[in-house]
Design a protein. Structure first.
Length: 274
């Protein structure tokens, strides 16, 4: 069963810089509606998982009873519980995938609407798969029938569902990181423009040159790390179960985050001039 934790998602830069003249924030804060939908999706997933967990505990008991007594009654109880658990597995994964999808609604996609739509479509298609196939559990006639059925379901989850979810989460990381860099670039330009409009630039020529160099260095390194993350993401093909270099996405976006966090001190320094 999937866990409630998300795969190493990037924490975007949040800076609150205050001077006598201005305050600037570099962040992506979800709206109340977005946060509410995400929280609700998590609650739905948690609820469905708890219902499955209860069923699984009963399955263990009924299975043990059948193995011990080998009676028709015990076998039937094990069969009914097994079918119930299989049904609930579908409910769990529908809720889980919807929770994953909602995580993609709480940040700015940096004008990559097509990528967002494609990612969401892939997740929606997987939800449809579970919804369409759940009724097949009711067609199982014997306890023996549940064994190959459960094996096929596990294969689909392992070979199809998990790669799709992993690709979605990795895509979120890259999109978030790229959007954070865009916010940094726009904010640095606005802060510089504000400060230079209020000071005698001739008195701070050296300072401004050094400041510009630092900002350019952060931008250059962040663009490089984001490029590495984007390249790694492109090597991952869920349809062929080829994970490529997906493992380097988080490490690259984490480096971008580290670079962007350097700007906190740099922004604070230039704002002291006004």
């Amino acid at each position: 069963m999937p866990k409630l934790t998300r795969f190493a998602a990037i924490t975007l830069l949040a800076l609150l810089l205050t001077s006598s003249a201005t305050s600037a924030t570099l962040a992506q804060t979800p709206s109340d509606a977005e946060k509410q939908r995400l929280d609700q999706a998590l609650q739905d997933y948690s609820y469905q998982f708890s219902k499955y967990d209860e069923c699984h505990n009963k399955y263990i008991t009924d299975r043990s009873a059948y193995i011990s007594f080998q009676t028709a009654t015990a076998k039937n109880s094990a069969f009914i519980t097994t079918k119930d658990c299989l049904t609930k597995i579908y409910d769990v994964y529908v809720a889980y995938i919807r929770y994953i999808k909602e995580q993609g609604n709480v940040f700015n996609w940096n004008k990559k609407d097509e990528e967002k739509s494609q990612t969401f479509k892939t997740l929606d298609d997987e939800v449809t798969y579970f919804q369409d196939n759940q009724p097949n559990v009711g067609k199982l006639q014997t306890l023996e029938d549940t064994v190959p059925y459960a094996a096929d379901l596990k294969t689909h989850i392992t070979k199809t569902t998990y790669p799709i979810v992993l690709k979605a989460l990795a895509t979120y990381e890259v999109a978030e990181s790229e959007a954070a860099l865009e916010i940094f670039v726009n904010l640095s330009e606005k802060i510089r423009s504000l400060v230079t409009s209020k000071i005698n630039q001739d008195q701070y020529t050296s300072f401004l040159a050094n400041w510009d160099t630092e900002i350019a260095d952060i931008r250059s390194k962040s663009e490089n790390y984001n490029g590495q993350a984007r390249q790694a993401l492109s090597t991952f093909k869920p349809s062929t179960n080829n994970t490529g270099n997906i493992g380097t996405v988080s490490s690259s976006t984490s480096k971008t985050k580290t670079e962007l966090l350097r700007s906190k001190t740099i922004f604070a320094e230039i704002l002291k001039l006004i």
